[in-house]
Design a protein around this ligand. Sequence first.
Ligand code: TMP
Ligand code: ASP
Length: 236
Amino acid sequence: MGVVKKEKIYEGKAKILYATENPEYLIQYFKDDATAFDATKRGTIQGKGICNNRISAQLFQLLEEKGISTHFIKSLSEREMLVKKVEIIPVEVTIRNIVAGGMSKLLDLEEGIILDAPVLEYHYKNDKLHDPLVNEYHILALKIASLEELDAIKKISFMINQILKDFFAKKNLELVDFKLEFGRYKNKLVLADEISPDTCRLWDKETKQKLDKDRFRRDLGNVEAAYQEVLKRVLS
Ligand code: TMP
Ligand code: ASP
């Protein structure tokens, strides 16, 4: 039976959420819009929405097969997937395997240093505050998540890192770092949002060529081709 697309309930920088006839489900629509540096840089990446929808669907299915609960239900179209309607926990969880971007800046470390063990960071999702770096005590003090939830988030995030690192390695890609968002669905923690070159740094294993949103952030050119290449390898 087809899913009925109803009213728009939320529009973010890269995605739109629509209600469906089922109050427990939403349609997640992937746009070509791209922003960076707290939306001070804006642009369009042709076909990005299609790539990110398909890459995310593939990765959510992989994680589900490995026992990770996600909001993904099924793909609906080129740019749309059916997802569970979750209550998003306003924390971005970043896992880093190799120094880049924010960590390179924060600690004045050269990009490309391989970390002995993955580094986990939390950023409080708050536009007014520009998503500040926070620690577990801040999250507990602000009652953003419980200690039990944080323990589960950490455990699941490191499991996801291992699964994705192994998967991308087979595709000749290095998973440098990535960002996750979690939600609550029927009192259970589930992985939400997306996993795509917008939310991961991916470097070609041999050439170290960047195949992710850094091509847009840093004006490196061949942005569309990078997303297409990741899609091709993910589906290979
Ligand atoms: P960062 O190095 O800028 O903190 O980014 C770490 C990872 O998180 C990188 O793979 C890109 C991703 N990310 C997002 O998905 N959304 C964001 O708003 C930011 C800042 C980073
Ligand atoms: N998407 C974020 C923004 O709009 C940041 C980023 O991914 O670089 O600022």
